[in-house]
Design a protein around this ligand. Structure first.
Ligand code: SF4
Ligand code: SF4
Length: 282
């Protein structure tokens, strides 16, 4: 089962929920993998403290034009949806930062003038945290295109009972790449106007992608009741309500696994896990 843990905004406790789920699932004897898909700023390793066993480059494929074959017909430029290739006079230029490695330009080139070469964009790190299989992608500084790195992380998922995707915040391309193909999406939010606003965007995304999803309300005893009203009105299942606990914040700030330091949190996460495994009512 693949579970994506996402949130419309950062700072809602998404990584706390994801790492706690991994820790509790492994403690309860499930085989589990934690995949940090937040490749621009992976931080699950701070809490899971994995022993890294293997590290390898992540590459994306980018086109290169053979100037001896290119006739500057412009077909590749017209075909590229991302503005990553342009014909300017006698030059055919490629902007590798914009390239999505879709291969479209290769297909349309009538002169067979384009080939692909690999370009390193980051690192893939795999290891173990206790019984939790750990995978993270780390995008190189200055590299703008995170979806290929996210795909590399997901492709490395081991064969286990439960795969957890810790997604980047927001609702843009990297999040969509991260949640694609999951069996259940957990949207972590908090009961504040910002939390509600960004939850609505995340719900729109989940519905557009036709994903099964439910909501986890973190810091549930603060703020107002508008998130509950919205979920009730929209018939969205609230799968867990995690109270605001100083002990969780303290564990987080010390870089500790919150579910290990705060037994009450572990119990709440265990109930969430049981609900998920028994087929959450979403
Ligand atoms: S591979 Fe795709 S995104 Fe990259 S330049 Fe070619 S058409 Fe554009
Ligand atoms: S489609 Fe091929 S021949 Fe035409 S401009 Fe692009 S690289 Fe050159």
């Amino acid at each position: 089962m693949k579970i994506a843990i996402a949130s419309g905004k950062g700072g809602t406790g998404k990584t706390t929920v994801a790492t706690s789920l991994a820790y509790v699932a492994a403690s309860d004897g499930h085989s589990v993998a934690y995949l940090d898909c937040d490749v621009e700023e992976p931080n699950g390793h701070l809490f899971l403290k994995p022993q890294i066993i293997r590290e390898e480059p992540i590459r994306k494929w980018i086109p290169v034009v053979d100037p001896d074959r290119c006739t500057h017909c412009g077909l590749c430029s017209q075909a590229c949806r991302y503005g990553a290739i342009a014909c300017v006079g006698e030059e055919t230029l490629i902007f590798t930062e914009l390239c999505h490695s879709c291969g479209g330009c290769l297909l349309v080139c009538p002169e067979d003038a384009i080939r692909e070469v690999p370009k390193p964009i980051g690192r893939l790190r795999t290891g173990k945290s206790g019984q939790v299989e750990f995978v993270e992608g780390v995008l190189d500084v200055g590299e703008a295109m995170s979806p290929p790195a996210i795909q590399a992380v997901k492709d490395t998922a081991p064969d286990v009972e439960l795969i957890l995707y810790d997604c980047p915040p927001g609702t843009s391309c990297p999040v969509i790449e991260s949640v694609r193909g999951c069996d259940l999406l957990l949207l972590v939010t908090e009961p504040t106007p910002f939390g509600l606003h960004d939850l609505k965007l995340a719900v729109e995304m989940a519905r557009a992608l036709k994903l099964r999803f439910g909501v986890v309300i973190n810091r549930a005893d603060m703020g107002d009741r508008e998130v509950w009203d919205y979920c009730s009105h929209q018939r969205i299942a609230i799968l867990a309500e995690i109270p605001d606990e100083l002990a969780v914040a303290e564990a987080y700030s010390r870089g500790e696994m919150a579910a290990e330091s705060v037994p009450r949190l572990a119990e709440q996460v265990r109930r969430l896990l049981e609900m998920i495994l028994s087929g959450a009512p979403v």
